[in-house]
Design a protein around this ligand. Structure first.
Ligand SMILES: Cc1cc2nc3c(=O)[nH]c(=O)nc-3n(C[C@H](O)[C@H](O)[C@H](O)COP(=O)(O)OP(=O)(O)OC[C@H]3O[C@@H](n4cnc5c(N)ncnc54)[C@H](O)[C@@H]3O)c2cc1C
Length: 366
């Protein structure tokens, strides 16, 4: 089977890129290994989040802001095309601090982030009294927090569904159960082997989450992407009470309250541990004491594709061939910029200047 472009990975990054490439008119084939995969796309929290991104990397901070700005139109476009609403809202977001020391640290971080952005990153540090006007029900441990009007949230499952449906609606082709096991290049053509057949295209995108590392190696690229587990708790539905998402607590469009999150390096283990969940629940209870009475109806663990410095990877192979490796641990936040900016650049055989510093060269030991 032949196509103009093949995207390996039908998760949050691959689906956004495949959608964006098809939108540019390329005959695009999206491959996914199916339900055996560790899919971050199915286990995440749903924040479209700016205020904690790129503390030490202004380029990543700007890329994130750009995506958050594109999200409203992107969300409308997917809804119009597919009928799937992504429940995107941008009421701003809040990061609460539970001690004076946390508040001081946060104040410094936010000031640095804003200074390095030349003022483009907008935020306010809010003392406790000001927070009470924004969010009801806060507990006595909350001393203040940072608010950014740039933050928002969406339903990540509808996002994944919408991207797949949008891709198909535009005429994109999808092969599920197509685990790529080998990549070879002959002249200007990439030839891929999967358990279910051979495929070829002159343009290749590897966006396979935790499957990216071995696939990138087939192109002679080092992509150090390893799993970092996060755990999430979900309560039964409640009356709408939370007008904006918090870093660790958000109310979904259906009313349930999602509570996260954690970071554990436990390899390819997407299980749960009650000790971690107890810590997550305790922090949520200190933020909103009424949550102590809320019933948890679901919990899960999921694996983020994580790089050693926590930044995304966007790179092309050293031989200059027409391929791109793309990975990040903020696939919801960056979906709009992946579909709307990265994919058009890839269609032209290049990467956008915005991400020039996010290549794999930064991991090479000199
Ligand atoms: C607990 C948790 C909370 C999160 N919260 C947020 C959040 O609030 N906001 C945010 O922006 N992001 C969040 N994320 C991160 C987000 O989910 C990821 O950035 C995103 O899913 C990564 O997308 P991906 O396409 O790279 O990987 P995945 O979504 O994991 O998809 C990779 C796909 O590649 C396929 N694949 C792998 N190997 C092969 C192969 N050899 N052949 C064919 N197909 C292959 C798999 O089948 C899989 O479907 C969170 C993640 C976790 C785990």
């Amino acid at each position: 089977m032949k196509a103009d472009a093949i995207v390996i990975g039908g998760g949050m990054v691959g689906a956004a890129l495949a959608y964006g490439l098809r939108r540019q008119g390329l005959d695009t084939l999206m491959l996914d290994e199916g339900d055996v995969a560790f899919r971050a796309a199915r286990g995440n929290f749903g924040l479209v989040w700016v205020q904690s991104k790129g503390f030490d990397c202004p380029e990543y901070a700007a890329w994130t802001r750009r995506s958050a700005d594109l999200w409203p139109d992107f969300s409308d476009e997917i809804e119009e095309l597919t009928g799937t609403g992504l429940q995107h809202q941008r009421p701003g977001g809040l990061h609460v601090c539970l001690s004076g020391a946390e508040f001081e640290d946060r104040t410094r971080q936010m000031r640095d982030l804003s200074e390095r952005s030349g003022g483009a990153f907008r935020y306010e540090m809010l003392e406790r009294r000001a927070l009470d006007n924004l969010v009801p029900g806060l507990g006595p441990d909350v001393v203040g927090g940072s608010y950014s009007p740039l933050d928002g949230h969406a339903n990540p499952l509808y996002l994944l569904r919408g991207l797949h449906a949008g891709f198909r609606a535009l005429g994109g082709r999808v092969r599920l159960d197509a685990r790529v096991t080998a990549i070879r290049r002959t002249g200007a053509t990439y030839r891929l082997e999967t358990g279910t057949g051979k495929l070829e295209a002159p343009k290749l995108v590897i966006a396979a989450g935790l499957g990216t590392k071995p696939l990138a190696a087939m192109l002679g690229m080092t992509a150090p992407i390893d799993p970092v587990r996060g755990q999430i708790l979900v309560t039964e539905r409640a009356r709408p009470f939370l007008g904006m998402p918090l870093t660790w607590v958000r109310q979904t469009g259906e009313g349930s309250i999602m509570i996260g999150e954690s970071r554990e390096e436990v390899g390819f283990d997407d299980g749960t541990r009650w000790q971690v969940q107890a810590r997550i629940a305790d922090r949520a209870r200190r933020i909103f004491p009424f949550l102590e009475r809320a019933r948890i109806v679901r919990t899960w663990g999921a694996l983020r594709p994580y790089t050693p410095d926590g930044l995304p990877i966007y790179d092309r192979p050293p031989d200059g061939a027409d391929a791109v490796v793309a990975s990040c641990h903020s696939g919801v936040t960056l979906a709009a910029v992946h579909a709307g900016v990265l994919a058009p650049a890839i269609a032209e055989g290049r990467l956008p200047d915005d991400v020039g510093g996010l290549g794999t060269g930064r991991f090479h030991v000199h």
